[in-house]
Design a binder for this molecule. Structure first.
Ligand SMILES: Cc1ncc(COP(=O)(O)O)c(C=O)c1O
Length: 444
């Protein structure tokens, strides 16, 4: 293939990307025939594995009938079926499904819906949305304003609306310097303080990833954190938006990440694993009460995107959900997640491995310059990128990230392999990481 005339505007303009050819199970192949173990499912997207025939057949069946109809003119059986499956899959009370095509879109839709809900119930002064530092909710301006990642925000800061952020639930780097024995989930109480400072009458919603993904490599909050968050939201009439774009659809070993704590959010944004990468589709799953408020009020949510609710994407996601359930992949994620976490422990033999954490097949490795002080590497070293680059060269795909420690410093790798991964494949994954870390450790 001639690459001299390649006009694609890539993410990294200085990098040369291999050309992808095909995918099969947990593997991706490039056009040179090189095999890669997809250790991160792209960016925590691929759940059921690549190249599943049942999905392409469902895609074809729907495409033969109709691929696109506009949401303002038609519904489709595919949209109706998927909404029904999703509402059964969701925590009790979350019954309505709004269709979208991207994660940033889903988060911003949640923010707009929360706002309209408050207006329709006679509380037009409620508009502020509180989020957390060390979080990621998307790259569009509204979602980026909520995201708490300095590195991703700083170029665009003048364009971002100023919104309040609270501290993250980051036990390895506790923002209060508290040890687990003395912890009273102070990081959750920070929400209450912030609501009070901002004025509860002005606060519309709180948004959080139940388990932080991209910005810090799997931050699992301690038990009690989200129960406290729910209590505080209820006390001040603030909606709780669970951003499950990465953690939904079984990724963490439960249907949704928030299910680990039996907490019911008001709105759930979900995507990625919803279609396992077979098509771009995201949804916002909505509590019945919010839906009814709008229905009995103005009767319409003043919102909508062209490709939301397109029958083709709905049919594909529906087939993916069937596959997840038929193969019990949520339970499998919990079980294989334990195998992965256990296997990763061997990597603590490298001094620069600071922390290894995970829930289901969602795991993170944080790197530090000094294990005792937890001092991060100089970000100019681009440790996370060079570790991931080296693993990629050896045929293992991981999802690197930085800035977890303070927005700029901090390095981690995110692992989120397809939920179908086997024990042997996990052993291979860890062995490639081991070889990679051994090389890095010789160099630092
Ligand atoms: C938790 C979370 N929310 C939102 C997004 C944004 O999704 P998208 O890239 O589809 O806009 C992401 C993307 O990784 C995410 O991890």
């Amino acid at each position: 293939m001639d690459r001299a005339d390649d006009r694609v505007f890539y993410r990294n303009l200085k990098k040369s990307y291999p050309i992808v050819d095909r995918g099969e199970g947990v593997y991706i192949y490039d056009t040179q025939g090189k095999q890669y173990l997809d250790g991160s499912g792209g960016a925590a997207v691929v759940g059921i594995g690549h190249g599943v025939q049942e999905i392409t057949e469902a895609m074809l069946r729907q495409a033969r009938r109709i691929s696109f109809s506009h949401g303002s003119q038609f519904t489709s059986q595919a949209a109706i079926d998927l909404a029904s499956k999703l509402s059964k899959f969701s925590p009790d009370g979350l019954t309505r499904v709004y269709y979208l095509s991207g994660g940033s879109e889903a988060v911003e839709t949640a923010v707009k819906l929360a706002r309209q809900y408050h207006v329709e119930r006679g509380k037009p002064e409620k508009y502020k949305v509180i989020s957390r530092w060390t979080s990621y909710h998307g790259n569009t301006l509204g979602a980026l304003a909520l995201s708490g990642h300095t590195g991703r925000r700083r170029y665009y800061l003048p364009l971002l609306q100023h919104t309040p952020h609270i501290v993250p639930a980051y036990c390895y780097r506790c923002p209060f310097g508290i040890t687990p024995e003395n912890c009273s989930v102070e990081c959750a109480l920070d929400l209450e303080k912030t609501i009070l400072y901002e004025g509860p009458e002005s606060v519309s919603a709180f948004v959080a990833e139940p388990i932080v993904g991209a910005t810090a490599g799997v931050l699992v909050p301690r038990n009690g954190y989200f129960q406290k968050i729910r209590e505080i939201c209820d006390r001040y009439d603030v909606l709780f938006i669970s951003d499950e774009v990465m953690t939904g659809m079984g990724r963490t070993g439960k249907n949704f990440g928030i299910d680990h704590w039996n907490v019911t959010p008001d709105l759930i944004a979900v995507g990625k694993g919803l279609s396992s990468g077979y098509t771009p589709i995201y949804t916002l799953i909505v509590k019945e009460d919010i839906y009814q408020t709008i229905k009995e009020g103005s009767g319409s949510f003043v919102h909508g995107h062209t490709y939301g609710q397109n029958p083709l994407s709905c049919a594909v996601a529906s087939a993916v959900m069937d596959y997840v359930q038929k193969h019990d992949l949520v339970t499998r994620s919990a079980r294989m997640g334990e195998v992965l976490l256990q296997a990763l422990q061997s990597l603590t033999r490298f001094d620069f491995v600071g922390d290894i954490r995970g829930k289901g097949l969602f795991a993170g490795i944080e790197f530090v310059k000094d294990r005792k002080t937890k001092e991060p590497f100089d970000p100019r070293l681009k440790m996370n990128g060079s570790i991931a680059g080296r693993a990629f060269g050896k045929g293992l795909i991981t999802y690197p990230g930085g800035g977890g420690a303070d927005g700029i410093r901090g390095d981690h790798l995110l692992l989120a392999p397809p939920l179908i991964i086997t024990e042997e494949q996990i052993t291979r994954l860890v062995s490639i990481l081991d070889q990679t870390f051994a090389e890095i450790s010789r160099e630092i």
